[in-house]
Design a binder for this molecule. Sequence first.
Ligand SMILES: CC(C)(COP(=O)(O)OP(=O)(O)OC[C@H]1O[C@@H](n2cnc3c(N)ncnc32)[C@H](O)[C@@H]1OP(=O)(O)O)[C@@H](O)C(=O)NCCC(=O)NCCS
Length: 182
Amino acid sequence: MQTASELPGKPTSAAATTLSQIMTATETNLYGTVHGGVIMKFVDDVAAACAGRHSGGTALTVFMDEMLFLVPVRVGDLVHASAQVNWTGRTSMEVGVRVVAERWNESVPPTHVASAYLVFVAVDAEGRPRPVPEVLPESPAERRRHAEAGIRREHRLARREAIKRSRETEGESAAADSAPRS
Ligand SMILES: CC(C)(COP(=O)(O)OP(=O)(O)OC[C@H]1O[C@@H](n2cnc3c(N)ncnc32)[C@H](O)[C@@H]1OP(=O)(O)O)[C@@H](O)C(=O)NCCC(=O)NCCS
């Protein structure tokens, strides 16, 4: 199998992706604003397109991290979700997504409504992890996001290891098998 080092790196901008959608009345929650799950799917869609572009093939969501809802989205708003690859490992990528809404009835600058970080793993035709090109951040903001994504990666792996150790210590292997993976 090809290793990450054999693949030429790609600048962050090469896979940057934006999706736009007008929110309709079929997407509301009980309060009349747009359901958070609709925004989450929108975020996952744009992040998957970005991860697929960067890795040159199928990429699966393995972790949705820090989904932050800042203010409600309203019916009629034109919503834009922008994604970029913040960081790459051997087969995984962290994608950052920023969501803004253009209010349909107000002449104001787009409102920042949500942000999220997701981890994708590139897979081959058999669903096995495959190497991804290294992401090459260029602007100061891209370099900052790259450094911060590395910190989040360390925390995710440390948390996973700590929980694994805790379960081993507690002798709860049977319960751990049926519990969600973190
Ligand atoms: C994606 C999948 C094939 C990876 O399998 P796996 O056995 O975890 O593979 P590995 O252990 O080799 O890990 C692959 C990469 O994912 C990373 N990873 C795995 N679990 C992770 C987690 N919880 N957090 C962060 N990264 C994780 C690993 O660190 C590794 O990254 P690296 O190669 O850059 O170092 C498998 O988890 C899968 O099929 N998941 C279902 C995905 C899916 O269906 N998503 C759709 C949404 S429901």
